[in-house]
Design a binder for this molecule. Structure first.
Ligand code: FES
Length: 255
């Protein structure tokens, strides 16, 4: 049986007062999220009208450096790297990939000594921007200028590893992804495509007072994948330690 207050005769209209609700508090977080979604929708619609390519230049908040720092190179064991060590341990026949980051943490570079393993053997001395007793120690970005394959997919190929390039080069930096080849004796200029730009070169400085080595700047195009070589990650600090990788060996020249 219905309670007395709700009992009605058949056909009787009855009006109930709308329930009184306490005023709702404004949820600022939800409101702000909705605002953002609305703005995103408008921007997306505008982007669609302008073409999908309009968004390729939208960058996340950038980090980086204002200028190229002077960074001391450290050996694999963390001790100061010296020209004496490099000349004793590495030469044009070195098979390992020797890397260091500079100037940013996500910018790996090759350290290569192009000097012959034995006097008068195959190799190169007095090369562009080389340091050491034979001006044969150089450093280049280890990220390919084509589509950005990093070491060890791109690496230095000692003499005899793969056939000569067009032009007769027997040792070079070769990217196994699509076959780009660079000349480390000439600023990593292109020897074969599909890349068209040279690899950026790290300029090394030899402090002859204590035989130590510093990276001091970088020349050439920006590191691939970066708007500028100084933008896109945090700096390495005042020192950068060598690392070693095994190379990928594949003679993948464009046909
Ligand atoms: S990424 Fe190196 S050749 Fe394509």
């Amino acid at each position: 049986m219905a309670p007395a207050g709700l009992a009605m005769r058949p056909g009787q209209l009855h009006r109930y007062a709308a329930p009184t609700e306490p005023p709702k508090e404004v949820d600022e977080t939800k409101r702000n999220v909705l605002k953002l979604l609305a703005v995103a929708g408008l921007v997306g619609a505008a982007g669609g009208g302008l073409g999908a390519g309009a968004f390729q230049y939208v960058q996340p908040p950038s980090v980086g450096l204002a200028s190229f720092p002077k960074v001391q190179l450290l050996d694999l064991d963390g001790s100061p790297l010296t020209v004496t060590k490099v000349e004793a341990e590495y030469n044009v026949l070195t098979d390992d990939v020797i890397l260091f980051n500079y100037p940013l943490g996500n910018e790996p570079n090759f350290l290569i000594n192009l000097a012959p393993a034995t006097p008068g053997g195959v190799g190169a001395t007095n090369v562009k921007n080389g340091i050491g007793h034979q001006s044969s120690i150089v450093a280049f970005s280890a990220i390919c200028q084509h589509l950005g394959c990093p070491a060890p997919a791109i690496n230095f190929f000692p003499p005899g590893t793969c056939p000569q390039t067009p032009g007769g080069h027997t040792f070079y930096i070769h990217c196994t992804c699509h076959g780009s080849t660079y000349d480390p004796t000439n600023g990593a200029a292109n020897l074969t495509g599909p890349a068209v730009l040279p690899l950026p070169q790290v300029i090394l400085q030899w402090d002859t007072s204590d035989d130590t080595i510093y990276a001091v700047t970088e020349v050439g195009p920006p590191v691939n994948g970066h708007l500028s070589t100084l933008t896109g990650d945090y700096g390495v600090g005042t020192q950068s330690q060598l690392t070693k990788q095994s190379p990928t060996r594949l003679c993948n020249f464009p046909s």
